[in-house]
Design a protein around this ligand. Structure first.
Ligand code: XMP
Length: 554
């Protein structure tokens, strides 16, 4: 993965940390670019990347375990400042001749720490540049069983806790620093200050990775890669593809062709909103493919969820490549396919390890191969960014909030929220009910956001392992099940469908809890749906977490 940012990079060596991504995020929060690399990276590869500093992450293993992740000891000889956290401290100690021991008692959670780095520093009582002006006694977040008991030659102990004889250590001359605790989680109140001390006062980096520099560098990288060629993009209306479109629009304008395949399964008004943004606000070539009827025909009579997914996914690529061919026939060939692969896609798919991602397409949950005979070079301008950075980029490029803060929405759309066969009549009912759910819960979510400063679980994710903040709701929508029940409206007996309301709190969609929505919000949604959506006589609320249920119903 080429780094388009010419500024200093901080490499995070990943030893399998629970908080690995969080470390890179925290560094980026300080306006310094940071990349995660596997812990077995060689010293030569590190030198090639020319980082301004290195951070060794934590990890679940014991340094003495048989398959414990190790690192190239020559990295410590490169003269690049290194900071290790938790396992990172232990591997530094073990590699450089110190001792790591099993302790009787692990240390988990907040721990009172005392600095022991000398008493001659005015105001703070210590000399360690890592701790700087932070207090002599402070709380830190610990999560370990093994501990360093003897520091390597040249190192001094800079802090202790009741349990941990080496809560931190350093060899200031060689610029090697390590902490047993986790400065990257917010439970370590001075953690971010220590990180800033390391980056700026020890490694001498500059906080110059800002939104302006990110946009300038990304635009320049796209222009250089694309030259005068054309780029095609499948625009779904989701955050990632929209931000790619906005970025490419800035970089190459009309050389970008956005293909929006409308399968008729988006939420109410969404296709119109996407068209409005990319025709009025951005100067790109926008093609709206009206495939609603073709999808309706293909889905008629289909009830199996996986079959629905397959049909919708396959048809998307058929529609997309048909348009791509027309576009190509219509002028200069289209050399590039742009897509909204983001950094977690790369990290999680393992592509960063193999370096091979040029033959795969990001498709909903999966990376799928190009069809036979089709070739595009890929351009993936978001492959260095975390989701919230993508959102910030989108806002800075002028995308409206309803796109930038859009909830996760499944590629197969409303088809997997209609249980059983998808018909135009059911789609209509679901769109109308869902619009009411969104209207009411958007307002409620905005209130929560104002209160907690968190949207779509973003802060909660950054706080992995952090305190329970009052979370805003992650995803909310309506589901139309395939049953009918009896009701009474006015003097009439009805026999109609219910709507299931689903609203969950989550930080990554891997697990989720049902949202404890206030009764008055639930009551308003229920009465509005029954009053305003013909064909619905009942509303139920899904109070199941994931696991054992999933977020979607199909
Ligand atoms: P589940 O239902 O598995 O959903 O708990 C987890 C997250 O994934 C989304 N989801 C999908 N996204 N194609 C997608 O692009 C799909 O087929 C699909 N199924 C579920 C879901 O909305 C949630 O955010």
């Amino acid at each position: 993965m080429a780094n388009p940012f010419p500024l200093s990079t901080v490499l995070v060596l990943d030893f399998g940390a629970q908080y690995g991504q969080l470390i890179a995020r925290r560094v980026r929060d300080l306006n310094v670019y940071s990349e995660i690399v596997p812990c077995d990276i060689s010293a030569d590869e590190v030198r090639e990347k020319n980082p301004g500093a290195i951070i060794l992450s934590g990890g679940p293993a014991s340094v003495y375990a048989e398959d414990a992740p190790s690192m190239d000891p020559a990295i410590f000889e490169l003269g690049i400042p290194v900071l290790g956290f938790c396992y990172g401290q232990q591997i530094m100690a073990a590699t450089l001749g110190g001792t790591v021991s099993h302790t009787d008692k692990g240390e988990y959670g907040p721990a009172p720490l005392t600095r022991v780095d000398g008493v001659d520093c005015a105001g703070c009582g210590g000399t360690s540049k890592l701790y700087g002006d932070t207090p002599h006694e402070q709380t830190v977040w610990m999560s370990h069983r093994d501990a360093v008991t003897e520091v390597p030659e040249g190192f001094e102990i800079t802090a202790v806790t009741d349990v941990c004889p080496v809560a931190s250590m350093e060899d200031a001359e060689r610029k090697l620093y390590a902490t047993q605790f986790h400065p990257e989680v917010r439970h370590t109140p001075y953690g971010q200050e220590m990180l800033a001390n390391f980056l700026f006062n020890i490694a001498g980096l500059e906080p110059n990775w800002t939104m302006d520099s990110i946009i300038d560098d990304s635009v320049a990288a796209i222009q250089e890669q694309v030259g005068n060629d054309r780029v095609i993009l499948g625009l779904s209306g989701g955050v990632d593809s929209s931000v790619v479109a906005a970025l490419c629009a800035k970089a190459i304008g009309k050389q970008l062709v956005c293909v929006f395949v409308n399968h008729g399964l988006l939420r109410k008004n969404e296709p119109e909103e996407v068209e409005e943004v990319f025709t009025n606000q951005f100067d790109v070539d926008f093609i709206h493919v009206h495939a609603e009827d073709r999808y309706a025909e293909l889905l008629a009579g289909v009830t199996d969820p996986e079959q629905k997914r397959r049909i919708i996914g396959e048809q998307f690529w058929k529609e997309f490549f048909a348009v791509a061919e027309e576009v190509a026939d219509d002028g200069e060939p289209v050399k590039f396919l742009a897509q909204g692969t983001i950094y977690p896609d790369i990290i999680e798919s393992g592509a960063r390890k193999t370096g091979g991602k040029a033959s795969t397409i990001k498709s909903h949950h999966n990376l799928i191969p190009f069809p036979d005979g089709v070739h595009f070079d890929l351009i993936e301008p978001l492959d260095h960014f975390f989701k919230d950075e993508v959102r910030a980029l989108g806002s800075a490029l002028g995308l409206p909030d309803h796109i930038v803060h859009r909830q996760p929405f499944p590629g197969p759309g409303l088809a997997i929220r209609i249980i059983g066969e998808v018909t135009p009549e059911k789609l209509d009912i679901l769109k109308n009910a869902d619009a009411i759910v969104r209207e009411e819960l958007d307002a409620y979510n905005e209130l929560l956001f104002e209160k907690s400063g968190e949207r779509n679980g973003e802060v909660a994710r950054a706080e992995a392992g952090g305190p329970e903040v009052e979370r805003s709701v992650w995803q909310y929508f309506a589901v139309l099940p395939d049953v009918k029940s009896v009701g009474v409206m006015g003097d009439e007996r009805t026999y109609q469908r219910p709507i299931i309301l689903r609203a969950v709190e989550s930080s990554d969609a891997m697990t989720a809890d049902w949202a404890k929505l206030p009764y008055d919000v639930l009551a308003k949604i229920s009465s509005r749906i029954v009053a305003e959506v013909p064909g619905i006589n009942r509303v139920a609320y899904d109070i199941t977490s994931k696991p054992p249920a999933t977020i979607e119903w199909e």
